[in-house]
Design a protein around this ligand. Structure first.
Ligand code: NDP
Length: 484
């Protein structure tokens, strides 16, 4: 029996805090279905305690120099790297993702964010604008208290991608993980304090959507950054607008990946596998609509099927496993529902299509071909290991079809024709794009969507604009010339 019980449910004001009056949250290991920890949702007094701690912590944190803040964030990054194996195992227990993935993609990505924004902290300055004798200077100020609300697919990464830029700019953060994966953010908080963060600057409270909603509507909160689905994004954005709060919305997608007839087939197949089956397909930016030129369709599908059927599905703690379960029974049922719809609507099942024959929430990696644009599996975000392959013949045609969606998170193009690659990418309505690869998201590159897929950008220097505001100060050096 695995036990991943944390010391307490919440981390507030630099320490673990419990309030057993809150609704129970059962953390289930997706590979076996066993409950590995029981936590409690934040009660109103816990939410209040976090907000007060954040208010106090933010004052102390913002009063420090950027160099001091950066040093603490970079120290936390080093500590995360030192503890990568332990943190990766916890991420695997929290999400079910194979250890082979979590060892390289989760704590390490969180550490990258802390290191990158820690490095930027000392360089965040305003500017000087000379106006003859007079002048204007600007001050880059923190926003105050930022709320981060996470999805369940990347609990460590999301806690850091939101926390690192927020803290670099001198804000405090209250992070609410998805109740499906409540464990990893607590570790991030613990490490930040060990690295020297003042009490209250980064807090984690657990809860269902209602705890998130309570935070979003509280007058003490200045900014909300959500990673989640489009329907939740609409609700959170509307609630934040009521209080005129800043927002970052990292939402879902149904992204196109276009494979032209001159593409390197092995690379294109590799991109399609990376962009559909990593994390068992539970990745927002996945290229789930794979448009393949008719001339290479058969060749592409053959290699895709062969390579997909070589996936090693099994115990996520075994480092040879490269394909894990869905995060929950609920998500498994949603995905199986979509697979049934694909079959009912006439798509051709190439491989997979059913639960794996073992305990836990496993679904075989699934590929549909002969998919048409109007099918449900080509229109809605499935968030599971279901790839749809669509045929095309002409560049104009595929651009129009790729853009015919409410979403605009990501897009990819595979071709050896340099000019075509840039011409097509320029016309795709998406925020995060790739040429001849897919789903790489280094902290140096802006990440986020257009259209219904989001507002604002995470990572890169862009994120600084979303966690700070500019004050402009006009300084007069001469007499005041009034009109009368
Ligand atoms: P949800 O939208 O269901 O939930 C996201 C978070 O919002 C959860 O913590 C949830 O809490 C919380 N929440 C729900 N309702 C409210 C509310 N009214 N007010 C405040 N908070 C609320 O997403 P999932 O967790 O199911 O994650 C999957 C989705 O996330 C997919 O659509 C995926 O594309 C998207 N995603 C986007 C990414 C990006 O960067 N663009 C990256 C990763 C995922 P609770 O879980 O308790 O309901």
């Amino acid at each position: 029996m695995t036990n991943a019980q944390p010391k307490a449910s919440h981390f507030i004001g630099g320490k673990y805090v419990e309030d057993t009056a809150g609704t129970e949250i059962h953390c289930v290991y997706p590979a076996t279905g066993e409950t590995i920890a029981t936590l409690h949702a934040a009660t109103p007094p816990i939410v209040d305690q976090a907000l007060e701690a954040a208010r106090e912590g933010q004052k102390i944190w913002a009063a420090m120099t950027g160099t001091e803040r950066g040093r603490i964030l970079r120290r936390a990054a080093d500590m995360i790297r030192d503890r990568n194996r332990e943190l990766s195992e916890l991420e695997t227990l929290d999400t079910g993702k194979p250890l082979q993935e979590t060892l390289v993609a989760d704590a390490t990505s969180g550490a990258d964010a802390l290191e990158y924004f820690g490095g930027l902290a000392a360089t965040l300055t305003g500017e000087h604008i000379q106006l003859g004798q007079d002048w204007v200077y600007t001050i880059r100020e923190p926003l105050g208290i930022c709320v981060g609300i996470g999805a369940w697919n990347y609990p460590t990464q999301i806690a850091c991608w939101k926390g690192a830029p927020a803290l670099a700019c001198g804000n405090a953060m209250i992070f609410k993980p998805s109740e499906t994966t409540p464990l990893c953010a607590l570790k991030v908080a613990e490490i930040l304090y060990e690295a020297g963060l003042p009490a209250g600057a980064y807090n984690v409270i657990q809860g269902y959507g209602e705890v998130g909603a309570k935070l979003v509507t509280d007058a003490r909160v200045d900014k909300v950054s959500l990673t989640g689905s489009v329907p939740t994004g609409r609700k959170v954005y509307a609630a934040a607008a009521e209080g005129m709060k800043h927002v970052t919305m990292e939402l879902g997608g149904k992204s196109p990946m276009i494979v032209f007839e001159d593409a390197d087939i092995e690379d294109a197949v590799g991109g399609a596998i990376l962009g559909n089956f990593y994390s068992s397909g539970q990745v927002c930016s996945n290229g789930t609509r794979v448009f393949v030129h008719k001339a290479i369709k058969d060749k592409f599908l053959k290699r895709l099927k062969d390579r997909t059927e070589a996936a090693v599905l099994g115990d996520p703690m075994n480092e040879a496993t490269n394909f894990g379960p869905m995060v929950s029974k609920a998500q498994m049922d949603i995905v199986l529902g979509y697979i049934n719809k694909g079959v009912d609507e006439g798509a051709k099942l190439i491989t997979g299509g059913k639960p794996a024959d073992r305990k836990g929430f496993f679904i075989e990696p699934t590929i549909f071909a002969n998919v048409t644009d109007d099918m449900t599996i080509a229109r809605e975000e499935i968030f599971g290991p279901v790839m749809t392959v669509l045929d095309f013949e002409a560049e104009e045609e595929v651009i129009a079809r790729a853009n015919d969606t409410q979403f605009g998170l990501s897009a990819g193009v595979f071709t050896k024709d340099l000019t075509r690659a840039h011409r097509v990418i320029a016309r795709l309505e998406a925020g995060s794009c790739w040429i001849n690869t897919y789903n790489l998201a280094p902290v140096e590159a802006p990440f986020g969507g257009v259209k219904a897929s989001g507002v604002g950008r995470e990572n890169s220097k862009e994120a600084i604009n979303h966690y700070s505001q500019v004050k402009s100060v006009y300084v007069a050096m001469g007499p005041v010339e009034a009109q009368f």
